[in-house]
Design a binder for this molecule. Sequence first.
Ligand code: BGN
Length: 296
Amino acid sequence: MAVTRLTEQTQTLKGKTTEVQTKLSSCPETSPHLVGPLHVEFNWSRTMEAVRTECGSSLLEGGRYKPPDCISHHKVAIIIPFRNRHQHLIQWLYYLHPVLQRQQLDYGVYIINQDGEGMFNKARLMNVGFAEALKEYNYTCFVFSDVDLIPMNDRNIYGCFSKPRHLSVAVDKFGFMLPYSTIFGGVVSLSKEQYLAINGFSNNYWGWGGEDDDIYQRIAIKSMSITRPDMATGRFKMIKHERDVHNELNLHRGEILEKTSSTMEEDGINSLRYTINKIEKDTLYTFITVDIGSPK
Ligand code: BGN
């Protein structure tokens, strides 16, 4: 399908600016720019400024990108729940921007930063990312990623498919294997429809653990299944770190998880409450600082 996009402004001889319409077609099914396995290592330290210089020239403000020569199949908001992980963010941005561009995605990167020092709530931050990204652009696909997970193969597409997708299937930390068959954490993608069908994520997991199993439950309860790449394509490196402060193991996670089927219709994107404290536009990302409240 040919789509018209205003792509250029040209100067006429008389110095007047005219807009030239260029017909763009859909991007190919598989991007010709993919290279496969990637070398990933973390024994370097670049500044954010250096990454901006290296990766920023192709980006629009807020960490936005569209392929210049075709219309992407995927309009993707990448949502990263965040607090106090500046070094990891530098590494994530350095590795991911080139990958996402080789994948010919129409994408934006949203860092959802939990304000304050209260207990961390990753799933609630991911819900905020969904809501805030949609205020900016008609995204059709949402990739939720931990800030410390870097893909080792660019054929692992950060897009959406006919089923919710688990992308980080072979993480070095777990010996490049699934730790258990229903794991659905790390890096996952859901289309807007798939996400809304499960009422987004639970808002009630404070601290570490369980929120990803809850998402899996929601998908299963709605009679959906998940897809995964093969174990070679789905390899990831995790940046090693200590457990964050104020993200202690959630001792209630088991009991909340048992009740998912009876609570999910009332607990999710439809019950999300939050206050945006700041939105900052960097070349490499949109940084949203949010007050998500505290456990009742
Ligand atoms: C599981 C956690 C997940 C976590 C994986 C991998 C729970 C729920 C117990 C009822 N699930 O054990 O949240 O992503 O380990 O670390 O703790």
